[in-house]
Ligand binder design. Structure first.
Ligand SMILES: Nc1ncnc2c1ncn2[C@@H]1O[C@H](COP(=O)(O)OP(=O)(O)O)[C@@H](O)[C@H]1O
Ligand SMILES: [Mg+2]
Length: 449
């Protein structure tokens, strides 16, 4: 029976590849290659010939990705943030993938809203132009009676096409891996990244996950006076639809360069780290667009489709690693990182240690300067963490998804805090939060008095 299942599984992969790949290949030719000459001419006329080739490649990728479904659009969006992989010019062009998504037709919106009862008020008041269009859905303003609300929808049927594209993508990757045997480490990283992307994608396609997370956040942070979660209209919440209170305020990215940006940076850093270390329940994608500062100074958190969760002993253990990191204890960093993953059978400890020491040594000065606010170098921690990931995969160290999400989130938090205030002292703000999470709760009760 086992072989029968295996054959069925393989047949499904081949089926998915053969439906996804020709479509993608056709897009490659029709949407990507065919308009290339006209596009090159247009860039040359409008922007001159400097970096013409890279700009043309960037625009070609934008056309190709945006016409090839949500999964490839997302991959293009990720590449847009990776100057190191695709060069700054190409990445700059790829940023268009964040802006130029086509909204879904009105008929689809009607269809989604028609599944709920008493949708008339929403249907009548919904603003035609979306305030945001993402790769899987979009967000509109509307009214429920006198209340101003936000309506978030995902495209009907998106989950099915997302699943199919991931099966095809992973199938293709395993074929390529067999051809390019020498690139094993790169393929391991690509496979892991795609798996982690798939996980978050599938969660985000079903808006009941976001609704559930919002409710849980509300309950857990009820006493917290610094953060705010929008009220959810539960009766209108389905897998394709969320209706919530509109948060009135200033998005975090508008604080960059303002005089009070360092106050907001510190609050953001403290609150987001508190979620991780005190509560063990945190926003999994806290970039600037997902935080709105209310008039009274509270941080409004939106887009809670992805959250991370940790048990208390795991938290203590991670806090130990951070403490080693921010107190510049290089050996501590090495030994903590070793414990994060599951070691493979034929484990080459010495080789691993050598690799770690070499990257810790090269980036140590940069990082310590960065975290204590001595230099404005924005990529210290991120570069270091990417280097660690690479070494982990090279040595077959398996990192659980929850750890990967945590590390990514902390890199995001650090990046946002430092964009708001390049001189922020991460140690000063982070250390008390981290140390507090290592102290038993009852002791904290006395020491806080
Ligand atoms: N409750 C809300 N109040 C105010 N603006 C919101 C709210 N929810 C979403 N938005 C606006 O819509 C945009 C997209 O919503 P978001 O939930 O972040 O979706 P996506 O998953 O596409 O990023 C946000 O960046 C924000 O500008
Ligand atoms: Mg968002």
């Amino acid at each position: 029976m086992k072989w029968k299942k295996e054959i069925e599984r393989k047949a499904k992969i081949i089926g998915d590849i053969s439906t996804s790949v020709p479509r993608i290949y056709l897009n490659f030719l029709l949407k990507g290659i065919a308009p290339l000459p006209a596009s090159v001419l247009k860039i040359a006329l409008q922007e001159g010939t400097a970096n013409l080739q890279k700009k043309a490649i960037g625009d070609f990728l934008v056309r190709f990705f945006s016409s090839s479904g949500p999964v490839l659009t997302k991959i293009g969006q990720i590449l847009a943030t990776r100057d190191d992989l695709v060069s700054a010019e190409v990445a700059g062009r790829l940023k268009a993938l964040y802006r130029d998504n086509a909204p879904m037709p009105l008929a689809n919106i009607r269809k989604i809203l028609s599944t709920i009862e008493q949708s008339d008020s929403l249907l009548e008041s919904i603003e035609r132009a979306p305030i945001g269009v993402g790769s899987i859905g979009q967000v509109h303003r509307a009214k429920l009676g006198n209340e101003e609300v936000i309506v978030k929808m995902v495209r009907p049927g998106v989950l099915k096409s997302v699943r199919r594209d991931f099966v095809a993508l992973k199938g293709l990757l395993s074929v390529l891996r067999k051809i390019y045997k020498k690139r094993d480490v790169e393929f391991s990283i690509a496979e892991k990244s795609i798996e982690s992307l798939e996980r978050s994608f599938i969660l985000e396609c079903d808006l009941t996950n976001e609704a559930k997370n919002m409710e849980e956040f509300r309950v857990r942070f009820k006493k917290n006076t610094s953060i705010y979660i929008p009220k959810l209209y539960m009766q209108y919440s389905t897998s394709d639809l969320l209706v919530m209170e509109e948060i009135k305020g200033v998005p975090l990215d508008e604080y960059v360069g303002k005089s009070d940006s360092s106050v907001v940076a510190e609050k953001y850093l403290r609150e987001l780290l508190t979620q991780i270390f005190d509560e063990g329940f945190f926003h999994g994608d806290p970039h600037m667009g997902n935080v709105i500062v209310l008039k009274d100074g509270r941080l409004g958190l939106i887009d809670l489709g992805l959250v991370g969760e940790f048990e208390s002993n795991e938290r203590k253990y991670i806090a130990g690693a951070i403490k080693a990191f921010i107190s510049r204890d290089v050996d501590g960093v090495i030994s903590s990182f070793l414990n994060f993953g599951h070691k493979p059978k034929n484990w080459d400890y010495e080789g691993f240690k050598r690799d770690i020491i070499s990257i810790v040594k090269t980036s140590k000065a940069e990082i310590t300067n960065g975290i204590t606010g001595k230099s404005g170098d924005e990529s210290g921690l991120e570069e270091f963490v990417n280097g660690l990931f690479k070494i982990a995969y090279k040595h077959g160290l398996y990192l659980p998804h929850s750890t990967v999400l945590l590390i990514k989130t902390m890199v995001t938090i650090e990046g946002v805090a430092r964009t708001l205030d390049s001189e922020i002292n991460l140690v000063k703000v982070a250390l008390p939060v981290v140390l507090r999470s290592m102290t038993p709760k009852w002791l904290r009760f006395f020491s806080a008095k």
